[in-house]
Design a binder for this molecule. Structure first.
Ligand code: TXA
Ligand code: MG
Length: 335
């Protein structure tokens, strides 16, 4: 792909960033999950530029961000009862619902599907930005396609400076993993990507909700003969640092002669941690929440320091653990 070589403005002004978005520019901003790379979802040429800037495959659709869920009709043509129930319960927050798409949203945002994913970030700054821009904002995570997502604007700059128009350099504090994506088009809601809202949380609102991840999810789209995967993004490599990620159950699995060029991240303090942590870049997290918040930045910092291998302890399933485990497996290329 050709280099875009833009001058990327760094600003702390929400007003200026909103103005740029309204003009069809690409602006990275913080949400409560990860940084997003925003663009006007009704502007076809601007959306095209976004796919190029990220190096994103055209078959991976984008999430449209709104400032309030009651404005769903800006992006979707229908609000199903399950989507309404989930939005009422969890919005603003890390929940994304997939609904039939409104014609106003450009086709490339939906990667040719007839559906659109919408979400309202739980960040007052992000919602003010969207409100001021006066348009629905399509925003994938603000990283080069395939790389770990960004939870600091320094990391956004590392990946996208020279490729996007601006970065809104305000810090984020939040979950550190992307939102939960739920397909709400059918009778029964289907989890497509685990995130900050767990399937257990969703089932408290809609007991019939199912985990759609085991599903091959192949559907025929009306617009063409091609069979398109239901959650196309899941097919591509994701969240991968340059270092090789090796998943471990415990630190005893790490060969001691590998430590010199390794990085290690674990949940809790294993035996002999002091000795091990003196030998390499390492972090032990007291909780799954802490681990999730720092996970992407840890992968990126390991790359900055030239680690060859990252030994990463798999966290248990359940709650946010299910989402973190999913990202750990994808970072290791095993799912
Ligand atoms: O937390 C988040 O969701 C972040 C922040 C910036 O909001 N955004 C994010 O976007 O993670 P992205 O582009 O990295 O991931 C979007 C996910 C992909 O797995 C994509 O396939 C799925 O949402 N998706 C988007 N539109 C869809 C649709 N119409 N049908 C099914 N899946 C869809
Ligand atoms: Mg992403």
């Amino acid at each position: 792909m050709h280099e875009l070589a833009l001058r990327t403005l760094e600003t702390t002004s929400i007003v200026e960033a909103a103005q740029l978005l309204a003009e069809g520019r690409l602006v990275a901003f913080a949400t409560e999950t990860v940084y997003g790379l925003g663009v006007d979802a009704t502007n076809a040429s601007a959306v095209q530029r976004l796919f190029e800037a990220k190096g994103r495959p055209g078959d991976n659709p984008l999430i449209v961000h709104l400032s309030d869920w009651t404005e769903w009709s800006v992006a979707a043509s229908l609000l199903t009862p399950s989507a309404e129930a989930l939005l009422r319960a969890f919005s603003p927050g890390p929940i994304t619902v997939v609904l039939p798409k409104h014609a106003r949203i450009v086709d490339a945002v939906a990667a040719g599907l007839s559906t659109v994913a919408i979400r309202v970030p739980d960040s007052a700054m992000a919602r003010e930005l969207i409100q001021r821009a006066k348009c629905p904002i399509a925003a994938p995570s603000a990283n080069k396609s395939g790389r770990p997502s960004c939870t600091t604007w320094r990391s956004v700059k590392e990946d996208l400076a020279g490729r996007i128009d601006a970065i809104l350099c305000l810090d984020m504090e939040g979950i550190g993993l992307e939102s939960t994506v739920v397909d709400c088009c059918g009778e029964v809601p289907k989890l497509l990507r685990p995130g900050g809202i767990s399937l257990e949380d969703i089932r408290r609102i809609i007991p019939e909700a199912i985990d759609g991840r085991g599903d091959l999810g192949l559907v025929e789209e009306e617009s063409g003969n091609a069979i398109t995967a239901r959650s196309p993004g899941l097919r591509h490599a994701h969240y991968q640092p340059r270092a090789k990620v090796i998943l471990i159950e415990g630190v005893s699995e790490i060969p001691t002669d590998a430590l010199g060029s390794a990085a290690v991240c674990v949940l809790g303090k294993p035996d002999h941690w002091a000795a091990l942590s003196n030998s390499c870049m390492s972090r032990s997290y007291a909780t799954v929440q802490e681990f999730a918040r720092d996970f992407y930045e840890f992968l990126r910092e390991s790359d900055r320091r030239g680690a060859v291998t990252i030994y990463c302890q798999l966290v248990p399933e359940g709650g946010l653990g299910t989402a973190l485990r999913d990202r750990q497996q994808r970072a290791a290329g095993v799912s």
